[in-house]
Ligand binder design. Sequence first.
Ligand code: SF4
Length: 212
Amino acid sequence: MIVYSPNMLKTFEKCSKMYFFKYVKNLSMPVNDEIFETGKNIHAMASYYLNRENIDRFEDALSEKENSLWQNLKNNEYFSYECLKTEYNLTVKIDEYYFGGRLDALVKSDNDYIILDYKTGSAPKDAVYDYQTMVYLLAVSELFSTCNVIFVYIDLKNKKNTEINLSESLKQEYKTRLKTIADKISKENYSASKDNCKLCEYGKICYDKILD
Ligand code: SF4
């Protein structure tokens, strides 16, 4: 059974051949270690903190840049809300397809379930229709049988929150969009779209790469 993650859907939208390399052939290419490590450390700190563990020693081990991002997150208004889950895996079924991922944290305020997503890099440009927004909002809505769900991107560099409130109409639209892309993936012959070749991590092994 395939569970489509937001990253799988985003990759397919960029180039279906990229999707083929990454998720059909499972080829991993080297990543930028510094960005990856910073994100990993901040997410770990957040999870310990929300689960009320003693983080004093971990805070001392952070680099100056990491500590600045971490302080921004710790002082974010949503971090004072009741925490229900951290690093939580969830899935949602739409027609015959499954979608899922791991949310950073789920907090609650009165009747609202609030999904938190920490961004050490940039937040999505079109946050309302980002696949992560759609999948997680639908999954939490199904889990608690409510439409009172909010997704919050926390941009740690710019100290900015972007909130998306789920509604019945948005829910229907999200289901249609997710089903549409899953239909495409299931029928795809992995042709190259070539719009993202310049930044593609598979450029060295892809015969379809557009040369400059
Ligand atoms: S190099 Fe271009 S065509 Fe090949 S996988 Fe990457 S984006 Fe797609």
